[in-house]
Design a protein around this ligand. Structure first.
Ligand SMILES: *Cc1c(COP(=O)(O)O)cnc(C)c1O
Length: 374
């Protein structure tokens, strides 16, 4: 053999770097939309007890179908959205990223098309690549809405099998009007496509904004995905889930999932968090208020702010967003360069972190000449 061994890596993966926002140990980490509050002591202790109980049985494989957990998620959704679904219509996996992988494995694949509307969640093209699904992202309007007439036309013409709608959307924070989701789901039905509404940030929506769960009885092709990573302050536990209109969707996820995909430890931790959801929802209420006051502050300070139903805010616009991002980081405030050029995204933190951000932003932008400032 001559020369170094050439790894037989799949040609489409050669030279691709892995995803990752920086994980830096700075004073205010406001870059990946986590809930900034550590778990309350009594909840952390209850998790310890639940994990200790599960530990005794770790010689056995976990409940493959995570039935108790899925039932608890169904109960939570009934509480949170007023929509009651049986356990057969709830799916759970390691983060909604894994749920989305299952969606692509079940409904994507070679020769099939998934579409979405940019700017949106940066992971979608990766699930498409992993599953050899074609992927097309169409631009949103200047206000980051979806031009529904054009999108309906597109769906009828391009005939995707999968349509991804993110609401509230990341990185814009914008929620889709229910009428828009309905029109797109109707067009999807006509071409036999599934619609996924990614509601990772649902709990942060303003009062009166309905969840897409309310449409599940109308559209057999609807999948609503949720996560415990954001509102539930459980990003470290990795638990995402889906609520679906047709139980056969869950049956198909069971075909494509890896065996025993959800560990007994994960199931125990998530069940415990669901039992304490009132405490966590109190944090969500506080974060919503902080979001609204931070948005107002940014507007008053002369920035352009996208109305947010999530726990983050997209704001701008900057001639050199990289310079502003760096100047914030120098002051210990880590945010995200996300969305189209000129915009930055800040996660809503604790009140103290938001104060740090405000002060640092004033310093970071005082000597610069931003477009759109008074
Ligand atoms: C954060 C986020 C998720 C959640 O991913 P997990 O795997 O559940 O942590 C899903 N969708 C969007 C749009 C997100 O921003």
């Amino acid at each position: 053999m001559s020369g170094p061994f050439v790894l037989p890596i799949r040609a489409d993966l050669v030279g691709i770097a892995s995803y990752g926002a920086p994980q830096l140990d700075v004073a205010a980490r406001l870059n990946v939309n986590e809930n900034p509050f550590p778990l309350p002591d009594d909840l952390a202790a209850a998790m310890g007890v639940a994990v200790a109980a599960a530990a005794v049985d770790l010689n056995r494989y976990p409940d493959r179908d995570a039935t108790r957990l899925r039932q608890a998620l169904a109960d939570y959704i009934a509480d949170e959205s007023g929509v009651r679904v049986p356990v057969e219509r709830v799916w759970a996996a390691n983060g909604s990223n894994e749920v989305m992988h299952h969606v692509f494995l079940a409904f994507g694949g070679p020769g099939r098309l998934a579409i979405t509307f940019d700017p949106t969640y940066s992971m979608y093209p990766e699930y498409a690549r992993d599953t050899f699904t074609e992927y097309e992202a169409y631009p949103r309007t200047a206000e980051f809405a979806i031009d529904v007439a054009a999108a309906v036309d597109l769906i009828l013409r391009r005939r995707p099998t999968l349509i991804l709608l993110t609401s509230p959307n990341n990185p814009t924070g914008t929620a889709l009007p229910q009428a828009d989701i309905r029109a797109l789901a109707q067009a999807a039905l006509e071409v036999g496509a599934m619609v996924v509404v990614d509601e990772a940030y649902a709990e942060f929506r303003h009062h009166g904004v309905p969840s897409a769960c309310a449409l599940l009885d109308e559209f057999p092709n609807l999948i609503v995905t949720r996560t415990m990573s954001k509102a539930f302050a459980l990003a470290g536990a990795r638990l995402g889930y889906a609520v679906v209109a047709d139980p056969r969707v869950v049956d198909t996820f069971m075909v494509v999932r890896l065996p025993y995909h959800l560990s007994a430890v994960t199931q125990a931790v998530a069940l415990t968090a669901l039992r304490h959801s009132d405490v966590l929802q109190a944090q969500v209420a506080l974060l919503r208020d902080e979001r609204d006051s931070l948005s107002s502050w940014l507007v008053d300070a002369g920035f352009t702010v996208v109305p947010s139903d999530a726990n983050f805010i997209l704001f701008g616009r900057f001639d050199d967003r990289d310079a502003v991002w760096r100047a914030l980081l120098e002051q210990g405030v880590l945010i995200r360069q996300a969305g189209p050029a000129g915009w930055l995204r800040v996660t809503v933190g604790t009140p103290a972190e938001n104060d740090m951000f405000r002060q640092a932003l004033v310093v970071a932008t005082s000597s610069r000449d931003e477009e759109g400032r008074p």
